[in-house]
Write a protein that binds this ligand. Structure first.
Ligand code: FES
Length: 137
């Protein structure tokens, strides 16, 4: 094992033990709860948008393995300042880059859990907003 991956492993453990942005965001624009179908672990993501529809703050809560918790912790910081389009453009590779380690195919579902939950939540929110617009115009 290289020194580099040791450093990443330590970082993952640190995020797991001291998750950043953990807990319900009181003033959120939308939230979404989703699960990893492989294990049933659930994560809820909260997002607050600013006046320009950029992500001002994001948080999460829920339970899961170290990989899922660390990636949720890293992702909720990483997406700050992003537009909704930028959030939707994130892919598996972006999350794996944040984690910085190789994960087995089984663990990829853990790694992308928070990302998927955030993206699903954003999609539902945008959909509801569309409906609101067309029914009030
Ligand atoms: Fe459940 Fe990783 S084992 S999220």
């Amino acid at each position: 094992m290289s020194m580099g991956s040791d450093m990443y492993r330590e970082q993952i453990l640190d995020h797991y033990k001291n998750p950043r942005n953990y807990g319900e965001l009181e003033e959120h624009t939308f939230s979404h709860l989703g699960e990893n179908p492989m294990c049933g672990d659930e994560i809820e993501v909260f997002v607050r948008l600013d006046d320009e529809d950029r992500i001002e703050y994001a948080s999460f809560q829920g339970d899961g393995c170290a990989i899922s918790q660390a990636s949720a912790s890293m992702l909720t910081s990483h997406i700050r300042g992003m537009s909704m389009e930028e959030l939707q453009e994130l892919g598996t590779d972006d999350v794996l880059d944040l984690l910085g380690i190789e994960v087995t195919p089984m663990r990829v579902k853990c790694a992308v859990l928070a990302e998927k939950v955030a993206q699903d939540g954003a999609e539902i929110y945008e959909g509801e907003r569309e409906v609101e617009k067309t029914t009030t115009e």
